[in-house]
Design a protein around this ligand. Structure first.
Ligand code: GLV
Ligand code: GLV
Length: 323
C-alpha cells in the first residue's frame, strides 16, 4: 500500500515530487496541529514533516509508525532525538541554507538596537520630531566596537565575517576552539564566556538550545556585562532567563537588547518585557528570506523522501541510526 506522510503546515514548495512517493496530508490551519491531533496522526503515517512549533516527544515517537522525521529548521530541540535514535528513526534538519539569512538578521538587530531604529520610528510616528537635535536618540558606535560571539558554529562564523567588515574586535566562545588559520583569517580571539562578557560592547548568541545552554544568561551573566552592552539573541529564547533579562534592562545593568526568540514563544501579551523601550522583539524570523525559506522546505522534502525510500537522509542529525 502507498506510503503516507503528514506535513504540519503549508510549505513554500511544490509537493508534486513528494506526491509521487506518498499520499500527502497537509495541516492547513494557521496554528500548529494540537498535540492530540499529532498523537492520532503519527499512528497512521510513514513520514512526518514538522516545524519547531511541534513538540515531538518520546510518547509521540514511541506511538508513531513513521520511519522518518523531517524538520524544516536547523534547530531541533523540540524533538526528542534520543527517543528517535533508540527506535532507529532518522531525523532530518535544514542546515546551511539559512546561515547567511540568520546572520544577516542578527546583524539587522545589532544595528537596530545600537542605533535605536525601532525607538526612532516610534518617536517619529508619535509626532515628536520637532527639530534636529544634537543629542537626539544617541547610541554607541558599531564600527570599531568589541563583539562577543557566543556559540561559533556556521551562523556564529557568518556573523564574524560581517563584523570583520565593521572593523570590530571579535571575541568568541565555543565548545570547540577553531584552528589557528581560521582564527587568523577571521581576526577572532578565543575567550571564556566570563571574559567575553566583561569585554564586549555587543554580545550575540548562536548556540543551540540544550541542557547546558538553558538560561545560560541569567543574573550572574548580566552582572558581568558592561552597562553600555547590547545583547542580541537569534538562537533560542530559553538561552536567556527572561526574568533576568527584564531585571538587566529595566535597571540599566545593560543598555539594550534585541531578541528574535523568547521564552515562551510567542511572548505572552502581558510579559513585562513588552513594556521596555530598550528591547526590540521580533517574532522568530531570523531565517525569513524568501529564498532561504524555499530552500529549507526543499531540503525538508528531500530528507522526507530519502527516509521513505530507505535512503540516507541528505541532512541527518542522528547519523548513529545508520551504524
Ligand atoms: C529556526 O529557528 C531554525 O532552527 O531553523
Ligand atoms: C525573552 O523572553 C528571551 O528569553 O529572550
Amino acid at each position: 500500500s502507498q506510503a503516507k506522510v503528514f506535513i504540519t503546515r503549508r510549505l513554500p514548495v511544490e509537493l508534486e515530487q513528494l506526491r509521487s512517493h506518498a499520499w500527502v496530508e497537509v495541516w492547513t490551519e494557521r496554528q500548529p496541529p494540537p498535540y492530540e491531533v499529532l498523537l492520532e496522526k503519527v499512528k497512521e503515517i510513514d513520514g512526518l514533516l514538522c516545524l519547531l512549533t511541534d513538540r515531538i516527544d518520546r510518547q509521540l515517537i514511541e506511538l508513531g509508525t513513521f520511519k522518518v522525521i523531517s524538520q524544516m529548521a536547523v534547530g531541533y530541540d523540540n524533538i526528542d532525538i534520543a527517543a528517535a535514535t533508540a527506535r532507529q528513526i532518522p531525523v532530518g534538519n535544514t542546515p546551511g541554507v539559512l546561515t547567511d539569512a540568520t546572520a544577516d538578521f542578527a546583524w539587522a538587530l545589532l544595528m537596530a538596537a545600537a542605533r535605536r531604529v525601532v525607538e526612532a520610528d516610534r518617536f517619529t510616528r508619535a509626532s515628536l520630531w520637532q527639530t534636529w537635535e544634537p543629542d537626539l536618540l544617541l547610541g554607541p558606535n558599531v564600527t570599531g566596537a568589541t563583539l562577543g560571539i557566543v556559540g561559533f558554529g556556521r551562523i556564529g562564523q557568518a556573523v564574524a565575517r560581517r563584523a570583520k567588515g565593521f572593523e570590530m574586535k571579535i571575541l568568541y566562545t565555543s565548545k570547540h576552539r577553531c584552528n589557528p588559520e581560521l582564527e587568523q583569517s577571521l581576526g577572532i580571539e578565543f575567550a571564556t564566556l566570563e571574559y567575553l562578557l566583561q569585554e564586549s560592547d555587543f554580545v550575540t548568541l548562536h548556540t543551540p538550545f540544550a541542557e547546558d545552554t538553558n538560561h545560560l544568561f541569567s543574573d550572574r551573566q548580566f552582572q558581568l556585562m558592561k552597562p553600555s552592552a547590547i545583547l542580541i539573541n537569534t538562537a533560542r529564547g530559553s538561552v536567556i532567563n527572561p526574568d533576568s533579562l527584564y531585571r538587566a534592562l529595566s535597571s540599566g545593568q545593560i543598555a539594550a537588547a534585541a531578541v528574535d526568540v523568547t521564552e515562551p514563544e510567542p511572548i505572552p501579551t502581558d510579559s513585562s518585557l513588552l513594556t521596555l523601550d530598550n528591547l526590540i522583539i521580533t517574532p522568530h524570523i531570523g531565517s525569513a528570506s524568501r529564498q532561504t525559506r524555499s530552500k529549507m522546505a526543499a531540503i525538508a522534502i528531500a530528507n522526507l523522501i530519502a527516509g521513505l525510500t530507505g535512503d540516507r537522509l541528505p541532512y541527518c542529525v542522528n547519523p548513529e541510526v545508520y551504524q
